[in-house]
Design a protein around this ligand. Structure first.
Ligand SMILES: *Cc1c(COP(=O)(O)O)cnc(C)c1O
Length: 375
């Protein structure tokens, strides 16, 4: 195994949010000053504008801004009136967010395995996991790639089950003219700073085409209020998307498609040039993949990661511990999720963000080529 001389290799971060912020510094400063001067900071004109723009972008009637993506999932479940005694089927390889929301409403997460190639919910495994206690399904479009969501939506419709899409990693992914977030009963977005559409802090949204669900969500995000100080909807919380974040997001929405295109170009450059038989690139994606993360597989993942670190290259594992093996929530008996567990041992995310330049991508590829798996 050769480690190239440190001086010859640029440091390549897994992500660097300051690069985008520097490029749009003047525009961001103007946006922040406008909101500061307005004297209105929560649930105002900026949020209404962003909600309308984002709903139109996704192609769904209503967008309801909330505090973050995990709250979005929780409020979607509350809007469906799912609580104790009910099961929600989800995957165990998507960072515990859906499980956290399901547990917060008192329901039980039931896990279905993922497809080996797409690493997303397997429609056959989902069908096998459905029982009379199932109240809903959450499908995550992991790493920016649309799941087999048409088949999953058809199955849910046939069983009379609501489908919630977790689009926190898939803003702008589309297939057959339809966007991530336009397939389910409700869809949930996070605008955490590292997401494809990111705020300067926490933010999220729930989208739906259903007027009644949208009205319930607007009540739930603000104490359950129908009108001021009148609590109509049980299970309300305080989870609002503030004016500063809404204004930043409305500004950044205009650049989302271009930045997604650059993420795809980075992913393509990796996939076209990576030629180490011990490192498997992800299966190629098209418009249905917005390359939120570029995730390779490697049987000796930890050794590869250590080698990249020695070369000054950032890499991380999304995610190392499947939900059903998290220490806080011991499960007995354990669900049988062989693909999920194998992936957790083998996956590694390489640097992939719009401001990464070609020389940096090539440096990562070179470092991958310099690594040899132990015999
Ligand atoms: C980031 C993320 C969330 C949670 O979003 P927060 O805004 O951090 O609460 C949910 N699901 C997925 C798949 C995510 O990547």
């Amino acid at each position: 195994m050769t480690v190239p001389a440190a001086a010859a290799i640029p440091r390549v971060p897994l992500n660097d949010l300051a690069r985008a912020a520097r490029q749009e510094h003047d525009a961001l400063a103007a946006v922040l000053a406008r909101v500061a001067r307005s004297g209105w900071y929560v649930l105002g004109e900026e949020l209404r504008r962003f909600e309308a723009a984002f709903a139109a972008y996704v192609g769904v009637a209503h967008a309801v801004g909330v505090g973050n993506g995990t709250d979005a999932l929780e409020l979607a479940l509350r809007a469906l009136r799912i609580g104790p005694g009910r099961d929600v089927v989800t995957v165990a390889n998507a960072g515990m967010y859906s499980s956290t929301a399901i547990r917060r409403v008192g329901a039980r997460p039931v896990y279905a395995d993922v497809d080996e190639t797409t690493m997303n919910l397997d429609a056959h495994a989902l069908e096998a996991a459905l029982t009379p206690s199932t109240a809903a399904v959450i499908v995550t479009h992991l790493y920016g790639r649309l799941a087999d969501v048409e088949a999953i939506a058809a199955l849910c419709t046939a069983r009379g089950l609501p489908l919630i899409e977790d689009c926190a990693q898939a803003h702008g992914a589309r297939r057959g003219g339809r966007q991530a977030g336009a397939f389910g009963t409700l869809s949930c977005f996070s605008f955490y700073p590292t997401k494809n559409l990111g705020a300067l802090g926490d933010a999220g949204a729930v989208l739906t085409g259903d007027d009644a669900l949208a009205a319930r969500l607007r009540a739930l995000r603000q104490y359950g209020w129908g009108g001021k100080y009148e609590v109509r909807e049980p299970g309300g919380v305080n989870s609002r998307l503030d004016e500063v974040q809404a204004a930043v997001l409305a500004h950044r929405l205009a650049a989302l498609d271009a930045r997604n295109a650059r993420r795809r170009a980075v992913a393509r450059r990796y996939s076209q040039s990576l030629r180490n038989p011990a490192i498997a690139p992800p299966s190629p994606g098209g418009e249905d993949d917005v390359a939120h993360l570029y995730v390779v597989r490697c049987a000796q993942r930890d050794a590869l990661r250590a080698h990249l670190a020695a070369c000054g290259i950032g890499a991380d594992v999304h995610y190392p511990i499947p939900d059903h093996l998290q220490p806080a929530y011991p499960l007995s008996p354990l669900p049988h999720l062989p693909v999920t567990e194998r992936l957790a041992r083998e996956i590694l995310s390489l640097p992939c963000f719009p401001e990464l330049d070609d020389a940096e991508v090539d440096a990562v590829i070179e470092a991958c080529h310099a690594w040899r798996a132990a015999a």
